[in-house]
Design a protein around this ligand. Structure first.
Ligand SMILES: O=c1ccn([C@@H]2O[C@H](COP(=O)(O)OP(=O)(O)O[C@H]3O[C@H](CO)[C@@H](O)[C@H](O)[C@H]3O)[C@@H](O)[C@H]2O)c(=O)[nH]1
Ligand SMILES: O=C(O)[C@H](O)COP(=O)(O)O
Length: 331
């Protein structure tokens, strides 16, 4: 953190805009939702980006059924990355509305990663509040979604809510508490502290568990890959201000760990998305895909990382007329 005044600003923000999922049981959310409907506000869409998540998607959707039955959530949309493991069929069996990511906004070509799936999901959903949750969480329960929705239904000044959680690291039968989140701790946290210290209060800046008002999301560019969380966080702050951002404690989350080398590529995408926002020079003009070099005993392996950014959806809608607005939506 750079200065005492920034530290005080973060502390004040933490005191004012920290929430807990247990403060939003189903009954309370149902009341908040009724009040929101009475005020003429729109609905709530839950989006699950899904690439090869057959092992977890069914139970995740089951755990969200009560929220939909209670009318707190209007739709559960699974954005499938053409998974080969049966994800789409399982999701449909468990009540999800499945859309194929590359069939949304198809004029932009095939989808290129997680961020692209989130961006495209905006045309497949109708809610005024859009909730994103990863579909590979092993210990998922509905508190993840309850916690993200609560502050948005309760506080009209809140526009963007980020999940915070403890992250164990699981290797085989061994679990080490609080050892997860390698890219978060080694890249995202130092980056934010260095360049955007006002956001240093976010415990999990890369959390795929976040929710926002559509009006804000549609003003933001979306990196197509793993840069999407750091980018939307920084941009939401710049567009809406710190007081419109909130953090909600969701308990503990166990994700599927990727190999270290895959995390180098993820870190590269996170770094590029952040650099594009903090530097005004040549990085802004980077090509759509950048290779990352992995030196080996015999040479160098190059791996391409998609770092392109999709324009704010509001711009796409303005340029292409009303047909971009409802693509993939259920009538
Ligand atoms: O091309 C992709 C890659 C992932 N996913 C889905 O996105 C979610 C999260 O992806 P995952 O590869 O499990 O991410 P993590 O390794 O857990 O990475 C963390 O850090 C990333 C970078 O910020 C975030 O995008 C993730 O949400 C966050 O969990 C899961 O449901 C995936 O199935 C896609 O839909 N398309
Ligand atoms: O958010 C992160 O840092 C990455 O998802 C890596 O998490 P892991 O170290 O728990 O696998």
């Amino acid at each position: 953190m750079t200065s005492i005044s920034t530290q005080k600003q973060v502390e004040r923000w933490l005191a004012r805009r920290s929430y807990r999922s247990e403060d939003y049981p189903l009954r309370r959310l149902a009341e908040l939702r009724r009040a929101s409907d009475a005020a003429g506000r729109g609905g709530v869409s839950v989006v699950l980006p899904a690439r090869e998540v057959a092992a977890t998607i069914g139970s995740i959707l089951d755990s969200l059924a009560a929220l939909r039955e209670a009318g707190v959530v209007d739709e559960l949309v699974v954005v499938d990355a053409a998974s080969a493991d049966g994800t789409a069929a399982i999701a449909a069996e468990h009540g999800g509305r499945v859309v194929q990511e590359s069939e949304l906004l198809s004029a932009h070509g095939p989808a290129r990663g997680k961020g692209d799936a989130l961006w495209r999901s905006l045309v497949a959903t109708a809610g005024e509040v859009v909730v994103f949750v990863d579909a590979d969480t092993e210990n998922f329960d509905d508190r993840f979604v309850r916690g993200l929705i609560g502050p948005l239904l309760e506080e009209s000044a809140v526009a963007f809510v980020k999940g915070a959680f403890r992250r164990p690291f699981k290797l085989g039968e061994t679990t080490v508490p609080d050892a997860g989140g390698r890219v978060t701790e080694l890249v995202a946290r130092p980056l934010l502290n260095l360049h955007v210290p006002e956001l240093a209060g976010f415990r999990q800046p890369l959390a795929g568990e976040f929710a926002a008002r559509r009006a804000l999301l549609e003003q933001l560019p979306f990196p197509v890959g793993y840069g999407v969380e750091i980018a939307t966080l920084i941009d939401a702050y710049r567009v809406a201000g710190l007081d419109a951002l909130a953090q909600v404690d969701l308990g503990e989350r166990q994700n599927r760990h990727q190999p270290l080398r895959a995390l180098s590529a993820m870190a590269f995408a996170v770094l590029i998305a952040a650099e594009r926002r903090v530097r005004a020079d040549s990085l802004a003009a980077l090509p759509d895909a950048r290779p990352i070099a992995f030196p080996t005993a015999d040479g160098v392996e190059l791996r391409t990382v998609a770092v392109e950014e999709r324009p704010p959806l509001a711009q796409v809608r303005a340029a292409s007329g009303p047909e971009a607005a409802g693509e993939g939506r259920r009538s």
